[in-house]
Ligand binder design. Structure first.
Ligand SMILES: NC(=O)N[C@@H](CC(=O)O)C(=O)O
Ligand SMILES: [Zn+2]
Ligand SMILES: [Zn+2]
Length: 343
C-alpha cells in the first residue's frame, strides 16, 4: 500500500459556508483544497435573488479564500420564484443552480416550496437554460416517519418531476438510502446525486447506541447500516452519477448540544481525508478521483480542475473543537484518529 495519493483537485458540490462572523472559518476550511464549491443558499434570510447571490459571493471572496477557490452560487426556490428570476440568475454567470427545499424539511427551509406545482414556471425555465435543480429530498408530512421521508419523496415528488422535465438536470443531494441509489441508477444521465462523508462512515447506531450523540444528527437522518452499505457501494462503484458533496453544515456547540439540537454535521475541516478512509476500506482508492474530482464537473458541464492535491498516510487527532466565529463547532470525529492528511 503506497503512502501517498495524488489526485486532480476536488470540488465540493454541496456545502454550507453560512455568513457573518463564521464565514472566515468556513471559507478557510473549504478553500484549503477544494477548487470550487456549490454554496448552499439557506441563510437567514435565504439567498433568493441574483442580487443576494452576487452579494453573498462578494462576502465569501472578501474572506480571502485560497487563490485556487471559486464559490459557485445557488438560489433558493420559493413558491414565488419566476421564470424571469431563473433567467436572470443564469445570465449573471455566477449562479450555477437553484435549490428545492420542501418547506420545513431542514435548517432554514421555512421559506421553501410548499407544493412543486408552484414552481412549474421556474422548472420549465431551468430546463430551457440548462440550470441544474438541486433537491433536498424529503417529504415533510407529520404522518411520514422520519426514517422513511427520503423514500417517500422519491415516489411522490421526485419521480413526477423527472417525468415532467426529462431534460432538466437534477442532483438529489446528500442521499441516505438504498432506495435513492436505485432511483438515481435507474434514471437518465440527467439525474445524479451527492453523497456525504458522514453518510458513508456512519449509520444510525453511531448516533443512538450508548447515548444520543447530537453531532451525528443531520438531515436526512442517518439510516440503518444496510443503507450505509448501499451508499458506499454507489460512491466507490465508479458510476459517474455519484459525486462528492460534503453537506458540511456547522452549528455552534450550543446549538447542537441542546434539548432541541440543530441538524447538521461539520466535515469540511477534513472532507477529502474522511472520504479517503472510506474508499481505502473498500479497496477503492483508485475510484476516489472520479468521485471527488471528475463526476461533479462533468455533470455540471464545467471543466475539471487542472492542478492536483496530494494525500499522505499520516496519523493525526481531530481537535475537540474548532473556532467558529466567536464560538466553537464540534467537528465530526472529534478527539478521534484520522489516517490521511492532505499535504
Ligand atoms: N444537512 C443538515 O442537517 N443541515 C443543513 C441543511 C441541509 O442540507 O438539509 C444545514 O444547513 O444545517
Ligand atoms: Zn438538505
Ligand atoms: Zn446541506
Amino acid at each position: 500500500m503506497s503512502s501517498k495519493l495524488t489526485i486532480t483537485r476536488p470540488d465540493d458540490w454541496h456545502v454550507h459556508l453560512r455568513d457573518g462572523e463564521v464565514l472566515k472559518d468556513t471559507v478557510r476550511d473549504t478553500s484549503r483544497y477544494m477548487g470550487r464549491a456549490i454554496v448552499m443558499p439557506n441563510l437567514v434570510p435565504p439567498v433568493m435573488t441574483t442580487e443576494s447571490a452576487l452579494a453573498y459571493r462578494e462576502r465569501i471572496l472578501a474572506e480571502k479564500p485560497t487563490a485556487t477557490f471559486t464559490p459557485l452560487m445557488v438560489i433558493y426556490l420559493t413558491d414565488n420564484t419566476s421564470a424571469e428570476d431563473i433567467k436572470k440568475a443564469k445570465a449573471s454567470g455566477h449562479v450555477y443552480a437553484a435549490k428545492l427545499y420542501p418547506a420545513g424539511a431542514t435548517t432554514n427551509s421555512d421559506s421553501g416550496v410548499t407544493n412543486v406545482d408552484n414552481i412549474k414556471a421556474a422548472l420549465q425555465a431551468m430546463q430551457e437554460v440548462n440550470m441544474p435543480l438541486l433537491v433536498h429530498g424529503e417529504v415533510t408530512s407529520h404522518d411520514v416517519d422520519i426514517f422513511d421521508r427520503e423514500e417517500v419523496f422519491l415516489k411522490e415528488v421526485l419521480a413526477p418531476i423527472v417525468a415532467d422535465y426529462p431534460n432538466l438536470k437534477i442532483v438529489l443531494e446528500h442521499i441516505t438510502t438504498a432506495n435513492a441509489v436505485d432511483f438515481v441508477n435507474k434514471a437518465s444521465d440527467n439525474v445524479g446525486a451527492t453523497i456525504t462523508a458522514h453518510h458513508l462512515m456512519f449509520n444510525r447506531n453511531h448516533m443512538l447506541v450508548g447515548g444520543i450523540k447530537p453531532h451525528f444528527y443531520c438531515l436526512p437522518i442517518l439510516k440503518r447500516n444496510t443503507h450505509q452499505t448501499a451508499l458506499v457501494k454507489a460512491a466507490t462503484s465508479g458510476s459517474k452519477k455519484f459525486f462528492l458533496g460534503t453537506d458540511s453544515a456547522p452549528h455552534s456547540i450550543g446549538a447542537k448540544e441542546s434539548a432541541c439540537g440543530c441538524a447538521g454535521s461539520y466535515t469540511a475541516f477534513a472532507a477529502l481525508e474522511l472520504y479517503a478512509e472510506v474508499f481505502e476500506a473498500e479497496n477503492a482508492l483508485d475510484k476516489l478521483e472520479g468521485f471527488a474530482s471528475f463526476n461533479g464537473p462533468d455533470f455540471y458541464e464545467l471543466p475539471r480542475n487542472t492542478d492536483t492535491v496530494t494525500l499522505e498516510k499520516q496519523s493525526w487527532t481531530v481537535p475537540e473543537t474548532l473556532v467558529f466565529g466567536n464560538d466553537v463547532v464540534v467537528p465530526i470525529k472529534a478527539n478521534e484518529e484520522m489516517t490521511w492528511k492532505v499535504v
